[in-house]
Ligand binder design. Sequence first.
Ligand SMILES: Nc1ncnc2c1ncn2[C@@H]1O[C@H](COP(=O)(O)OP(=O)(O)OP(=O)(O)O)[C@@H](O)[C@H]1O
Ligand SMILES: [Mg+2]
Length: 278
Amino acid sequence: MKAIEQLRETWRRDQVFDIVQPAPAFDMNIDTKHGPILYVEDVSVSFDGFKALNNLNLYIDDGELRCIIGPNGAGKTTMMDVITGKTRPDTGSVWFGQRVNLLRCAEHEIARGGIGRKFQKPTIFEALTVWENLELACASDKRVWYILNRSLSGEQRTRLEEVLVQIGLVEERHRDAGVLSHGQKQWLEIGMLLVQNPRVLLVDEPVAGMTGEEVEHTAALLTSLAGKHSVIVVEHDMAFVRSIARKVTVLHQGSVLAEGSMDQVQNDPRVIEVYLGE
Ligand SMILES: Nc1ncnc2c1ncn2[C@@H]1O[C@H](COP(=O)(O)OP(=O)(O)OP(=O)(O)O)[C@@H](O)[C@H]1O
Ligand SMILES: [Mg+2]
């Protein structure tokens, strides 16, 4: 009973929890035949005259793992807000594959349509078990009683088992999410996104507050997702970025300052100047 009460309460106050939203208006048939799955072109966002994004151009290939770094205030979170429909740009275009214009989609449509976002504060249900949290995330009918009383299809059960292994919480499956460690809660939230098979996964500062061991586990988890999903990771922890980096984009004052391998960007004089000047 306690679980249900907590669920109701969270439900009421939490508009961010996108799994409770209806299905998307567009289908999942995202056209990536030209390579990129995400096109962010000439995007600008102003807050009271201040340009948080300034003609930003970013292309993410299907299945790639991209790290985005940059000093505080560079526009990294704002970029994620634009991709997920939370913030509307003043100018520019944002496409999901060749055919889906994300600027015409509502935030919940984007979330349900294959772009999952992990927020820093996990939106898991602490009084439900790990397994129940995953069950809740994969349901298409979001009514609480329906979800907790129905039985999963064989296919769904297989997917949930698969995700449990991926996030390393097999042993914890029957434990309440509330008793998990900080790192485990973060992985559970990633798992809740994964059961919906997102094409793109956005993670903002995933290792903040984690122990060294948890950071390593997170690195392994995110790198294992690349290929099947496109993963965009924003992070300040440079050792972590180095451990997972393929292509790295450096944002500064709302634009791309440099892009390339970790070594390339770290040796770029413009990048060095920006970080030294912090
Ligand atoms: N809703 C808002 N209203 C006014 N200014 C905002 C708003 N959101 C962001 N900003 C400003 O836009 C700039 C970019 O912010 P953003 O959060 O995208 O940076 P960031 O790169 O994520 O920084 P950090 O590394 O500190 O998380 C900052 O100067 C911030 O103060
Ligand atoms: Mg940020």
